[in-house]
Design a protein around this ligand. Structure first.
Ligand code: ARG
Length: 260
């Protein structure tokens, strides 16, 4: 009899420990212990993508920076931003150099093979920029002609264009701004890039316009290493709270005012 009672007790104790540990996995583990460097949230971005990330003096600011900074604060972490080539963000996250990639990055099936994504926090549209008065008047004209299209290397603009019109007609640049410069110089006939940076680039360069027909609608999210599931859950919980309390909308509104 006694033996049985001890056994039952033991089972109960193990059960309770299990429950406690399950609690930890949900939200109990200190986020500080889940990152590449204890206490830090290291974010990889490519900071030539206004209004998501851009330089103000020597500081990187923008929607992504503000959302990531708020996520870091709520998780008790210090945000560190590393500005790298867009093309290297996913490999850097995969190899464990950075905790998150946060760069107006579109969730795609292909990328999901290499990294996990948080729940999306914003939407983007692939737009087409041409010179004012260009004979390219819509996406169909662009695809049908033998026009050369400038893109930022490794972006969805690059991927879609390469698929749709073939490599020979796609000119790749390290920065979106360089592709736009090539358009003003007449080196390329159009640039395919996300709508918000497109608007910023068109405002900053005279003689350009955005076609009213856009190319694709996309979701932006942060990417994480596939093994960082606990951190992913914590960031998702935090993003959900920031959505619910209006923080995300306020940050986006600050950079993209909805009333004009
Ligand atoms: N949304 C596009 C993509 O994910 C372009 C993102 C470029 N971001 C940047 N920070 N340069 O491919």
């Amino acid at each position: 009899m006694k033996k049985i009672i001890t056994k039952i007790l033991a089972v109960a104790v193990v059960g309770a420990m299990g429950l406690a540990m399950a609690g930890c996995a949900g939200s109990g583990t200190d986020a500080k212990k889940l990152t590449v460097e204890e206490g830090k949230l290291i974010m990889a971005t490519n900071a030539y993508f206004p209004p998501y990330e851009f330089y103000e003096g020597d500081k990187i600011v923008g929607i992504d920076q503000e959302i990531a900074a708020e996520v870091a604060t709520r998780l008790g972490l210090e945000l560190e931003i590393q500005d790298i080539e867009f093309d290297s963000i996913i490999t850097g996250v995969q190899s464990g150099k950075y905790d998150i990639g946060c760069a107006g990055m579109t969730v795609t099936e292909d990328r999901l093979q290499s990294v996990n994504f948080t729940t999306p926090y914003a939407t983007g549209i692939q737009s087409v920029i041409v010179k004012e008065g260009s004979e390219i008047v819509d996406v169909d004209t662009l695809l049908a002609g033998d026009y050369i299209v400038g893109v930022q290397q490794g972006t969805t603009g690059d991927i879609y264009m390469s698929d749709d019109i073939g490599d020979e007609r796609v000119e790749r640049f390290n920065k979106g701004a360089d592709a736009v410069l090539a358009l003003t110089n007449g080196q390329v006939d159009a640039v395919v890039i996300d709508d918000q940076p497109a608007q910023a680039f068109v405002q900053a360069n005279a003689g350009l316009q955005i076609l009213s027909t856009s190319y694709a609608v996309e979701d932006y999210a942060m990417c994480l290493n596939k093994s960082s599931e606990e951190l992913l859950n914590k960031i998702n919980e935090t993003l959900a709270a920031m959505k619910a309390d209006g923080t995300i909308d306020a940050i986006i509104e600050e950079y993209i005012p909805s009333n004009g």
